[in-house]
Design a binder for this molecule. Structure first.
Ligand code: AMP
Ligand code: MG
Length: 398
């Protein structure tokens, strides 16, 4: 390891680390894609409604449409008798006008006919011959869906930058868009390092460990809409690392796992410090302290720590928001147990959510990968802040 005095920042905060990484990433630009393939992509421009929804005031249920005035006195013991003058179906509206004492049979999604201003559900009706119905309750206003009640034509409904979740894909279709502008996918080269790290599926010798980071990080990258350039795995050798890092040239950023800590064989660190560029080394957080941000021949490189929990947590709270432009989602929940305070680091303790409260997970080691799978939640304890049972805390969902 280098003995030079470092000429780069050390021990940056989580938010500084996030900002510094985001600043090194290129603007991916935008492209237009068919809506059917847009799930998970980030919208590149606001989407406005091409139509109102509903396009006309319509019924929310099956029943009759009538004049509200006529329904007000209806009661089970003294039902109101109305004359049926027609029918309004979704796709085949009633063309006439509903007068006093009259109604039309109406079905969910059908336009409210002229003259009518109220809907009564079929459950409150009894047929009285072919031509009449008896109504046992007054109409209730919620059974009418007003024109534009969901959104109005011209209204901006989806903001630029939001990820297209399945409900937003449905919404974009309802707005009338068959194609949508999305941010181009960032190309992220992914490399894991370590002499002891081997591919799952084969035998494991003593001292070896299966490569969980590369699989976990690949899945996380896909989940945030990136294109993964797989560089596989490299041993702990400066020459091998240099060779494989050189192959990441076409990517927007290189993500590595392992080899950035304090050990003698942490050659990713040496490669960047001695032959590349370093923007920062080490973040004031646990797990995940030794992360390193730098550059290699103009390519931004983010070195994640090798410890399995560290690499996934650092990805989630620093790399993911920088790649997607989306803040880390947190919930505010009550602590069911105290959580440990670190004087000079933000802690992300694995925690179990039960009955609306969060409880400390008993094994917080950064090698205990099960802790992330068992809990799926991290309690954030900022530097120096005490958290007792009963306090409200921020919780990150993974
Ligand atoms: P390092 O950051 O390279 O010093 O690695 C720290 C710890 O994480 C060691 O116990 C490694 O064996 C483990 N580790 C490193 N890379 C991986 C990986 N890709 N998958 C699982 N464990 C790893
Ligand atoms: Mg290593």
């Amino acid at each position: 390891m280098t003995s030079r005095r470092p000429d780069f920042p050390m021990f940056v905060s989580v938010s500084e680390a996030r900002k510094m990484l985001a600043a090194l990433l290129p603007d991916p630009g935008q492209e237009e894609v068919p809506l059917a393939g847009a799930r998970g992509r980030a919208l590149a421009a606001p989407l406005a409604a091409l139509v109102s929804h509903p396009t006309a005031t319509e019924s929310a249920l099956d029943g009759i449409a009538a004049q509200e005035e006529d329904t007000l006195s209806a009661a089970p013991a003294s039902p109101v008798r109305l004359r049926v003058v027609g029918e309004s179906r979704a796709g085949a509206p009633f063309e006439g006008t509903v007068g006093p004492g009259e109604c039309v049979r109406i079905y969910t999604g059908a336009p409210l006919p002229q003259g009518a201003d109220a809907i009564c559900p079929v459950e409150q009706l009894t047929d009285d011959g072919e031509e009449h119905v008896l109504l046992a309750r007054p109409a209730s206003p919620g059974d009418v869906r007003p024109e534009g009640g969901d959104f109005r034509v011209g209204e901006t409904v989806l903001e630029a930058g939001v990820p297209l979740t399945p409900p937003r894909v449905a919404l974009a279709a309802a707005l009338g868009h068959a194609r949508v502008p999305v941010r181009r996918r960032l190309r992220v080269a992914l490399l894991s390092t370590g002499d002891e790290v081997v591919e799952p599926g084969g035998p494991l010798s003593p001292g070896q460990v299966y490569d969980s980071n590369r699989y976990g990080l690949h899945a996380m990258l896909e989940e945030c809409g990136c294109e993964v350039v797989p560089l596989g795995h490299a041993p702990d050798s400066p020459q091998a690392l240099q060779e494989v890092v050189g192959r990441a040239g076409g990517a927007d950023v290189l993500l590595t796992s392992g080899g950035v800590s304090m050990g003698r064989y942490d050659f990713m660190r040496d490669l960047l410090i001695e032959h590349g560029r370093v923007a920062f080394w080490k973040v004031r957080m646990r797990p995940g302290g030794p992360a390193l941000l730098g550059g290699w021949n103009g390519l931004p490189v983010f070195g994640l720590p090798g410890n399995p929990v560290s690499s996934l947590v650092v990805f989630h709270v620093i790399v993911r928001p920088a790649l997607t432009g989306q803040p880390v989602q947190t919930l505010r929940l009550r602590a069911g147990t105290p959580f440990r305070t670190l004087p000079d680091k933000t802690a992300f303790w694995r925690a179990t959510i039960r009955d609306g409260q969060v409880y400390d997970y008993p094994k917080q080691g950064s090698g205990v990968l099960r802790s992330l799978s068992d809990t799926g939640a991290l309690v954030v304890v900022p530097e120096g802040v005490r958290v007792e049972a009963g306090d409200d805390v921020d919780v990150v969902l993974l």
